[in-house]
Ligand binder design. Structure first.
Ligand code: F0G
Length: 457
């Protein structure tokens, strides 16, 4: 028997979970217009909606928060935060922000605008929204293997470098505002990006004078995969792998709500002095003064400590192993999932699970609702609700895949919680032929998945 990889922590504080019946949950779901974002968290048993801002902090992080220096300017907490982020990223300019999308708005709002193009392995939804809101275009160029849910490949998060060359030639390098590598590739299945791919992307950017940006939310998890799978990295530390990747980039955004193990925070880092000057003005106008951005001193302390803890090999082993545990058990039930399992989440292929639900009736939304009704498990559709568009005639242009993401909060749930999720899937599979599709009854223009309302077809 292989040794069990157990949670490398003890639980010191608990938060009760309120149990509910299936009938109650059916009523909650109806009241939430069949959109789990509109549920009350008290009505959720296991919340796999996101791994963002949902981490349990460590005793050291809570202790660090007590040291928070809340001075407006030049706080000690800022000095520690800046030193830590500089050491990790190697970039000279550190701009604190209240979360990742604030860093995105600052950078892409500045570099974007009508006529500009951004290219990425896959833009996360807030990244795309910030780019499109500026008037620019966001183009996803994932490697082809990344779009095949069943294909086993070590680095399905990679960007298609040949397609990048073609797109730069077609659009004209001067119009390409930046190339963004999202590590790990969240929307593409939580799949890792290799160092080789990052180097190849950097080379193209260098040749054409295009800024190369890292979306580094989950760079520690990505580093685990590089060490595990990419030749030449088996003896390297996770932090040093992350440092090498940051070293390739001209700028980086990070939502600290993921791999910095905090509930709120983020930053933008830049190499270019002039760009940093210009964006710093925007930072002060909209986020806060340069030494706190949108953050309290105590928040910056928690980020600083979290960025140290996340590279602990025991933590990363447990993290990746426990995500894989869920994926392996779902596969054993015959649930089609995105393979291999990524770092922060398991992605279920809802089209594969519900072949009888047409794509314009949102099979992913159907699964999200079934899983909540049956097991009180909340998760998110990452498919045609999130990324679908309409053509001129008003017909849905579906997303490339209809996935459902089961994102695992860091250090929050134990193995028996995850076993409950697996059991709930057992029933989902048994009742799959009865699942119905959904139609949208109300939707906003941007980021519609957050607030859209649905009804069963
Ligand atoms: N980039 C990626 C790859 C993300 O996953 C997120 C957030 C952001 C940027 C934006 O960061 O939320 O701090 O403003 N992802 C969350 C999720 C919301 O559920 O995956 P933020």
């Amino acid at each position: 028997m292989k040794p069990v990889v157990f949670e490398p922590f003890r639980i010191k504080m608990v938060e009760p979970i309120r149990l509910s019946t299936e009938d109650q949950r059916a009523a909650f779901l109806k009241a939430a217009h069949y959109n789990p974002f509109l549920l009350r968290s008290d009505d959720v048993l296991i919340d796999l909606l996101t791994d963002s801002g949902t981490s349990a902090m460590s005793s050291e992080q809570w202790a660090a928060m007590m040291r928070g220096d809340e001075s407006y300017a030049g706080a000690r907490s800022w000095e520690r935060f800046e030193a830590e982020v500089k050491d990790l990223t190697g970039m000279p300019h550190i701009l604190p922000t209240h979360q990742g999308r604030a860093a995105e708005r600052l950078l892409y709002g500045h570099l974007g605008g009508r006529g500009k193009v951004f290219i990425s392995n896959t833009h996360f939804d807030t990244t795309r929204a910030n780019i499109e809101f500026s008037g620019a275009e966001a183009i996803d160029l994932p490697v082809a293997v990344g779009l095949d849910p069943q294909a086993l490949d070590a680095f399905k998060g990679n960007l298609d470098v040949e397609a990048l060359e073609r797109t730069v030639a077609e659009k004209g390098a001067a119009n390409v505002a930046a190339v963004i590598l999202t590590v790990t590739n969240n929307s593409g299945g939580g799949q890792p990006v290799s160092m080789g791919n990052a180097k190849a992307v950097q080379a193209v950017c260098r040749r054409h004078g295009i800024p190369f940006v890292l979306d580094a939310c989950r760079i520690a998890e990505n580093a685990w995969f590089i060490r595990d799978r990419e030749p030449g990295y088996a003896d390297r530390g996770y932090r040093s792998i992350a440092q090498e990747m940051f070293g390739l980039a001209d700028a980086a955004t990070m939502s600290a709500k993921k791999d910095a193990l905090v509930n709120m925070g983020g930053f933008l880092t830049l190499r270019d002095d002039r760009l940093a000057d210009e964006i710093t003005q925007l930072l002060i106008i909209t986020e806060g003064y340069t030494t706190y951005g949108g953050l309290s001193g105590r928040d910056m302390e928690a980020v600083t400590q979290g960025l140290k803890e996340v590279f602990d090999p025991d933590y990363l082993d447990y993290r990746i192993t426990s995500t894989r545990y869920l994926g392996d058990h779902l596969m054993a039930l015959g649930v089609p999932i995105m393979r291999p399992v990524g770092g922060h989440a398991v992605y279920v292929d809802a089209r594969g699970l519900y072949p009888h639900i047409p794509v314009d009736q949102y099979p992913g939304q159907a699964l999200v609702c079934e899983l909540y009704r049956i097991g009180g498990v909340r998760c998110v559709e990452v498919g045609s609700v999130m990324f679908g568009k309409y053509d001129a005639a008003g017909a849905l242009i579906p997303a490339a895949m209809d996935l459902v993401r089961l994102a695992i909060p860091r250090r929050v749930y134990t193995q028996s919680h995850i076993d409950h999720v697996v059991q709930s899937f057992g029933r989902v599979v048994k009742e799959r032929d009865h699942a119905k599709g959904y139609r949208i009854t109300k939707e906003p223009r941007f980021l519609r998945h957050f607030t859209a309302r649905f009804e069963p077809v």
